[in-house]
Design a protein around this ligand. Structure first.
Ligand code: SAJ
Length: 405
């Protein structure tokens, strides 16, 4: 094949599919047999708009295949997870094992790209693993680059094509060759740099957003203390030509913004005070929401709480690192005498983390609101906006998203 993509998740699979769509021969690799089988059958194991069509056509055209092991290719793209360990340090073990799996298939002139979001130095680490596995290739022409993606879940197939792209090489030549590869489908600008700057650029982008959301979340707590409406406050302040405050919520979720800033903090702990504090502010927001709910049900006999939304952001079914889901779990555990009416129009059954909790049930929006004493809005799904507002009369509304203001 032209390209071998290791890791067929939210980034690897769309990337593999779009290369195949452009006519390259692509082989995808994943440790999950379920994922491999789905792809070989032309199917997608998760929800992402338009991805299904790309995969189905690429597999039917014989351009995309999948298996559990890498095969020789001109370029390898590693797109495996980089979670963090207990001390918020990045866990590079998936990158390491993917690199070790690729190493035996190298002949010496390949391009190896790390796409996984990584702490500074990870691309060098990848090269050091190859050097360890294949010392005889020390003087060969292997090229290493880091090419982070910045696509927004839900818009991946569009943003892969139109977003500008940063390509950082361990050598300038490596950056050049990697840029030529991405040019196959990327219509945005391709910006060349060194690998470490590229690694940091990705982390900095998500930290920028995290710090700005933390500002909004801190304002929401301050405004609450003053008894004023934070959404009106932000709307007014944003009329200033150089002010653009983001929206507060119940916390920050997803697998990127709540994770990536820690890679900066753990690489330079004494220098990253603002970034760390922003993370702490956002992570503390669920405590504030819990306190509000506890105050609202104080003195209410067998209270019923409608929790609107479980996803990590509006209009998706993605529950990973979702503050809404975490808060609903805490409601169930910390308020055993309350009944939790969980509402999530994008799923058909309670997620594993809530299934089996005797005081939690999955209920339709209107029914939940009718029955509840307390209505807690956790996600601003469009589907919630059409709710008949008169149903909220006589109930305590805790609206973390400002949906019903
Ligand atoms: N959020 C707020 N208030 C806001 C904006 C967002 O509370 O004003 C919350 C959301 O509810 C959600 C979290 O932040 O819980 C993150 O959502 P998001 O839509 O901002 O971002 P993600 O995690 O879906 O995708 C981000 C994007 N990064 C940036 O916008 C800088 C995306 O471009 C990256 O590719 C992606 O992370 C990634 O993979 O790193």
């Amino acid at each position: 094949p032209d390209v071998c993509v290791v890791g067929l998740g939210y980034i690897g699979l769309p990337t593999a599919a779009i290369f195949a769509h452009k006519g390259l021969r692509v082989h995808g690799v994943d440790v999950s047999p379920r994922t491999v089988d789905a792809i070989n059958a032309g199917k997608v194991p998760f929800v992402e708009p338009d991805l299904g069509g790309y995969v189905q056509r690429a597999v039917a055209a014989g351009k995309l295949t999948a298996s559990g092991d890498p095969v020789p290719a001109k370029a390898f793209i590693i797109a495996v997870p980089t979670p963090f360990k207990d001390g918020h340090e990045a866990d590079l073990s998936y990158i390491e094992s993917a690199t070790r799996a690729v190493a035996p298939h190298l002949s010496g002139n390949e391009l190896l790209i790390l796409e996984s979001t990584s702490p500074p130095g990870a691309t060098e680490f990848m090269a050091s693993i190859v050097a360890e596995e294949r010392p005889e290739l020390a003087d060969a022409d292997l090229k290493f680059a880091h090419c982070p993606e910045r696509v927004l879940p839900g818009r991946v197939m569009v943003e892969l094509v139109i977003n500008d792209r940063i390509v950082g090489g361990l050598t300038p030549e490596a950056a050049q060759v990697a840029a030529e590869l991405y040019r196959v489908f990327c219509e945005g600008e391709i910006l060349l740099t060194d690998a470490k700057t590229a690694e940091m650029a990705k982390l900095v982008e998500n930290s920028f957003r995290d710090v700005n959301i933390a500002f909004a979340n801190e304002l929401s707590v301050i405004a609450d203390e003053h008894g004023i409406d934070v959404w009106e406050l932000i709307e007014l302040a944003n009329h200033h030509p150089r002010v653009n405050i983001l929206q507060p919520g119940p916390g920050v979720g997803g697998h990127c913004i709540a994770v990536d800033p820690w890679f900066i903090v753990s690489s330079t702990p004494t220098l990253s005070n603002l970034i760390r504090t922003a993370r702490e502010v956002n992570d503390a927001k669920p405590d504030f929401v819990m306190d509000k709910v506890k105050a609202a049900i104080d003195g209410v006999d067998s209270p019923k709480i409608a929790a609107l939304g479980l996803a990590f952001k509006p209009n998706i079914d993605d529950l990973r690192e979702s503050p809404a889901l975490a808060i609903t779990e805490r409601l169930s555990a910390e308020l055993p005498g309350a009944q939790i009416l969980a509402v999530e129009p994008h799923v058909d059954e309670l997620p594993a983390k809530l299934a089996g909790h005797p005081n939690v049930s999955l209920v339709a929006t209107e029914a939940a609101v009718r029955e509840a004493d307390v209505v807690l809005v956790l996600v601003d799904h469009t589907a919630f906006k059409s709710l008949d507002r008169s149903l909220l009369e006589g109930k305590t509304l805790i609206d973390t998203r400002g949906l019903y203001r």
